[in-house]
Design a protein around this ligand. Structure first.
Ligand SMILES: CC(C)(COP(=O)(O)OP(=O)(O)OC[C@H]1O[C@@H](n2cnc3c(N)ncnc32)[C@H](O)[C@@H]1OP(=O)(O)O)[C@@H](O)C(=O)NCCC(=O)NCCS
Length: 167
């Protein structure tokens, strides 16, 4: 079941993301800290300085016992906030993979972005093997590879993907 993340499920979602993505960058590491404080004025200012215009919604997929199996979210970047929404942390617990949870979460955010009238859904991903299955899923949903950057001292590309125009 896909439902909005709440204070009751945020710790589980954060733990899942930490496990799946052990090497996150400094701003990315702050996501859950910012999410918990997203309505505070000073935090909103700090987010803007980091290029994040707003954190919109974050969803979790819960199993029958109410445990978080997967998560996904939407946020706005200052550079394109009027036309696009970006996917925030997206992952599924390794033990729950291959059952359609990831596909349902991604389809859910595509539908929300379409309903809310934005022209594009965009996301950052990577060419490392940890994220290989996600690339197949993104391609199947029409999220095109639009920009690749090789960071210094890195073996992998940072990839921007985009779906749209949706309207
Ligand atoms: C990408 C990810 C979210 C997919 O989650 P998931 O719940 O396993 O995905 P689904 O079960 O919905 O499957 C999606 C597609 O991958 C295929 N797939 C999933 N697991 C598979 C497996 N073990 N073997 C073969 N194919 C598999 C499915 O067949 C499906 O394709 P389909 O449309 O042909 O059915 C998950 O693998 C993950 O968390 N990966 C690590 C984190 C990550 O890369 N996140 C994205 C970062 S940008």
């Amino acid at each position: 079941m896909i439902t909005q993340m709440t204070m009751a499920t945020v710790d589980q979602a954060e733990q899942l993301v930490k496990t799946v993505f052990p090497s996150r960058g400094p701003v990315e590491r702050m996501f859950y800290w910012m999410w918990r404080r997203r309505n505070q004025v000073l935090v909103r200012h700090a987010m803007r300085l980091a290029g994040v215009a707003s954190i919109d919604d974050t969803w979790v997929d819960l199993d029958d016992s109410g445990r978080v199996r997967g998560t996904i979210g939407l946020y706005a970047r200052a550079e394109d906030e009027t036309e696009a929404r970006w996917v925030s942390w997206f992952c599924v617990n390794p033990q729950a993979r291959g059952q359609g949870v990831g596909k349902n979460l991604l389809d859910h955010v595509i539908e929300v972005v379409r309903e809310r009238g934005y022209r594009f859904l965009r996301l950052y991903t990577g060419s490392d093997s940890n994220q290989a299955r996600a690339q197949i899923l993104y391609e199947s949903r029409g999220l095109r590879d639009v920009r690749r950057t090789r960071l210094p001292f890195s073996d992998y590309d940072r990839i921007v993907r985009e779906l749209g125009p949706l309207h």
